[in-house]
Ligand binder design. Structure first.
Ligand code: F6P
Length: 320
């Protein structure tokens, strides 16, 4: 392989820059030319592409966001847009593309590989919603951001003797809520994968209050409820606890990546280039038990993500 492209697509995640750096520097080390494709599949359609060199990726390993920028491209999903992208790939002489993104971005990569373009996917999303890998790039940083927020909220929750609901991201996956909830000592964790009962949450709150607990933190994954305010109202009605809701939102998507995410991204980026060199494409890279793995993209996308039930049950036991 003589020339590859790299792009980031979908929601950004901390560590994407470290992954871009690893792809660019590993490729150059192996005498492969690299181009950066801007704004994901949008840039591929519009030929928004530039040559990358060693200095293009200097001073980015510690930065959140993505220096290549990103987009959720509707046009790429149309036949016309897809064909435009194929044409651009041909014009620029790109022989393989490393796609850094989540499941939507991987579906795009799968389509490209079905059209004969060599692709390798790296999991870049804070959601940790890709079942084939233990961790996605950005998840650890997002969890740490949420844990820090919980600690701040816990201070004021204790001072006022309040119940505080913290709504976190994750789309259809409860991993951010679960990992941050357990690490933050939350009293209740509500995730889309598990049923929940308002009465049970209120019972835990009252039990805690009766044994002298001053705070009560309830972590709620987005998408479980249409309106998180309804949960706050129900808690007030059933327990009388003064209740506040904090929606953390995009604060979870930014910030300097943790060492874990930087190492994960660097290792995965290195593997992506190796796969390209060996012509092993239509693959996605992951991590299982601290081993970097790769598998077929369609196979990876077909695996159903499940919540870690042991962790979920443990969190309940530890927060009584
Ligand atoms: O997929 C990452 C994610 O941050 C989800 O957790 C969230 O539901 C979504 O993106 C938000 O998307 P946007 O930034 O387009 O509002």
């Amino acid at each position: 392989m003589r020339k590859i492209g790299v792009l980031t697509s979908g929601g950004d995640s901390p560590g994407m820059n470290a992954a871009i750096r690893a792809v660019v520097r590993s490729a150059i080390y192996h005498d492969i030319k690299v181009v950066g494709i801007k704004r994901g599949y949008e840039g591929l359609i519009n030929g928004d592409i530039e040559d990358m060199n060693l200095s293009s990726v200097a001073d980015i390993i510690h930065r959140g966001g993505t220096m290549l920028r990103t987009a959720r491209s509707d046009e790429f999903r149309t036949e016309k847009g897809f064909n435009k992208a194929l044409n651009v790939i041909k014009i620029f002489g790109i022989e393989g593309i490393v796609v850094i993104g989540g499941d939507g971005s991987f579906k795009g990569a799968e389509k490209l590989s079905q059209a004969g373009i060599s692709t390798v996917g790296l999991p870049g999303t804070i959601d940790n919603d890709l079942a084939y890998t233990d961790y996605t790039i950005g998840f650890d940083t997002a969890v740490n951001t949420v844990v820090n927020a919980i600690s701040n909220i816990r201070d004021t929750s204790t001072s006022h003797g309040r119940a505080n609901i913290v709504e976190v991201m994750g789309r259809h996956c409860g991993d951010i809520a679960l990992y941050a909830g357990l690490a933050g000592g939350a009293e209740s964790i509500i995730v889309p994968e598990e049923p929940f009962s308002i009465d049970e949450i209120c019972k835990r709150l009252i039990q805690g209050r009766n044994r002298g607990k001053l705070h009560s933190i309830i972590i709620l994954a987005e998408g479980v409820l249409n309106d998180a305010n309804e949960l706050a109202k129900a808690i007030v009605e059933k327990t009388g606890a003064d209740t506040r809701l904090t929606t953390l939102g995009h604060i979870q998507r930014g910030g300097s990546p943790t060492a874990f995410d930087r190492n994960l991204a660097s290792r995965m980026g290195g593997r992506a280039v190796q796969l390209m060199m060996e012509n092993k494409t239509s693959r996605v890279v992951g991590i299982k038990g601290n081993e970097i793995i790769d598998l077929d993209i369609s196979e990876a996308l077909s695996i159903k993500k499940e919540i870690n039930k042991d962790m979920f049950e443990l969190a309940k036991i530890l927060s009584i």
